[in-house]
Design a protein. Structure first.
Lengths: 351, 134
């Protein structure tokens, strides 16, 4: 096998959904530390799945399959896993840590790596690492010899940067995420809102329910099956993702409302990220709990496992392979709970 | 020039209905006897629940149409966020501390309801805001 690829999704909580409040409950207690970063990368951006966008880029390399894994700490790949890949005769391994959205031509990265003949090539932009690395068999072997190590520790030497000058945005903070939303809405990046453009700079997903008196101020996006009730104002620069309910008279400006969120009537959400019953205020850099005040809550998801849609990718069972099942919006939800006993769960995805 | 006397009322956090009624009575009394601003201090509250928000809105409603102004001291930044989300800060000045509120109107509120609320977050961050920032 010439080239293999691994996508590392940071923090197991990212898969496990936002019902598990522990990661950000602590943040809420502190009232200061933003909570978004604990599970951000799996949240849709304008209805788009960042993981899927990377998978599409990998697919263009002609790779037959890739490995998905999660990591609760540094976003690195365990040395034991690398050694197994090395034993399989892999010549090169592409590792993507899911911490950014980058419109990168991976073919060009591979070409650069092959030309330079260095053990590790790391994609960087003007702000630093993008979380995309390419390792050759030497680096893989080195990792295999250090069973307990990770890529980030084993490949410090021989690391050659691949300078990426295209569009890239980190998505590990709510502020950066909102910047990506803004860029997607204004056409500053290739990501387009996943929906139908109903008028200038206004996009809506399937099954959106808008009351007659709703005011949509572009650029703005409303995700699939979201309900916007009478007198509400959405936009500008707002993204209300799928399966939300924005109640009467509430205004959402320059903000994102993550899926399955209910917002009470008459609110003003500005410069914020709302996820269920928590609001991260980007201006104040603080998290407020909306639930005690009855201002917001999580809408219980339907039983996703019983959904009838089939996933886009066909996961292959392998050792402690977790479950993959279709999300309510048709995207694939990777549930690693089944392999919670494993130190690092893995999932092979056929492309 | 003498500074007019101010009334500072501590907001009854997690209070029972009796204490809430007391605050409401005290507030109405303060509004009736004084033309100077009445300061409602929420800073002792760790979080605000639905009844708290209702009571704060009641305070605003009671002050509406009178000569007296109600000022709020938010305390925790999360409280301030909730005051903004519920638009209370759009109609009543909100301060970080009682000291700042006592200096009003010499010291304008960071998010003064009398001012332009719409762009308040786009304005430069004040010293007190910096103190709260993460």
């Amino acid at each position: 096998m010439e080239l293999g690829s691994v996508v590392v999704v940071p923090a197991r909580e990212g898969f496990m959904g936002i019902h598990e409040a522990q990661p950000y409950a602590a943040a809420a207690l502190e009232n200061r530390r933003p909570f978004y970063s604990t599970y951000s990368t799996r949240m849709p951006v304008l209805g788009n799945d960042i993981l899927q966008s990377w998978i599409e880029r990998v697919r263009k390399l002609g790779v037959q399959s890739l490995w998905l894994t999660s990591d609760a700490s540094s976003g690195s790949v365990a040395g034991s896993a690398l050694s197994e890949l090395a034993r399989q005769g892999l010549k090169r391994l592409l590792v993507i840590k899911l911490k950014s959205y980058a419109e990168m031509d991976l073919t060009d990265l591979v070409r650069f790596h092959c030309e330079r003949r260095n053990p590790v090539t790391e994609a960087r932009d003007s702000r630093g690492q993008l979380g995309v690395s390419l390792l050759d068999h030497r680096a893989l072997r080195a990792a295999a010899e250090k069973q307990s190590s990770s890529i980030s520790m084993t490949t410090d030497t021989g690391r050659i940067p691949y300078r990426f000058s295209g569009y890239a945005k980190r998505i590990l903070s709510a502020t950066e995420r909102q910047e990506l939303v803004r860029d997607g809405l204004t056409g500053a990046c290739a990501m387009r809102p996943a929906g139908t453009q109903i008028r200038d700079q206004v996009w809506v997903g399937e099954g959106v329910n808008l009351a007659d008196s709703v005011r949509l101020v572009g650029p703005t996006y409303i995700g699939a099956r979201t309900i916007i009730r009478a007198g509400a104002t959405i936009g500008p620069f707002a993204s209300v993702e799928s399966d939300c309910v924005v109640d009467c008279g509430t205004a959402v400006e320059r903000s994102t409302v993550l899926p399955h969120t209910y917002l009470a009537p008459g609110l003003l959400i500005r410069h914020g990220l709302v996820d269920g019953d928590h609001l991260e205020d980007l201006a104040w850099g603080t998290v407020a709990d909306l639930k005690p005040a009855g201002l917001g809550s999580r809408i219980q998801r339907r039983d996703l496992r019983s959904a009838t849609r089939k996933p886009t990718f066909k996961p292959t069972a392998r050792e402690t392979a977790p479950d993959a099942f279709p999300g309510a919006d048709g995207s694939v939800v990777w549930d690693f709970s089944a392999s919670s006993t494993a130190s690092q769960p893995w999932l092979q995805v056929r492309l | 020039m003498s500074t007019p006397a101010r009334t500072v009322l501590a907001f009854p956090c997690a209070a029972n209905s009796g204490r809430r009624r007391t605050l409401r009575t005290d507030l109405l009394e303060a509004l009736r006897v004084s033309s100077s601003p009445v300061i409602v201090d929420v800073s002792g509250c760790y979080s605000l629940n639905q009844e708290d928000i209702d009571l704060l809105l009641d305070c605003v409603a009671q002050a509406a149409g009178r000569d007296t102004k109600v000022l709020f001291v938010a305390g925790a930044p999360a409280n301030r966020v909730l005051l903004e989300v519920t638009r209370i800060s759009s109609v009543a000045p909100v301060f970080n501390s009682v000291t700042e509120a006592l200096a009003y109107p010499q010291m304008p509120a960071e998010n003064d309801g009398a001012g332009s609320d719409a762009d308040s977050k786009d304005q430069p961050v004040s010293e007190s805001q910096k103190r709260w920032s993460a």
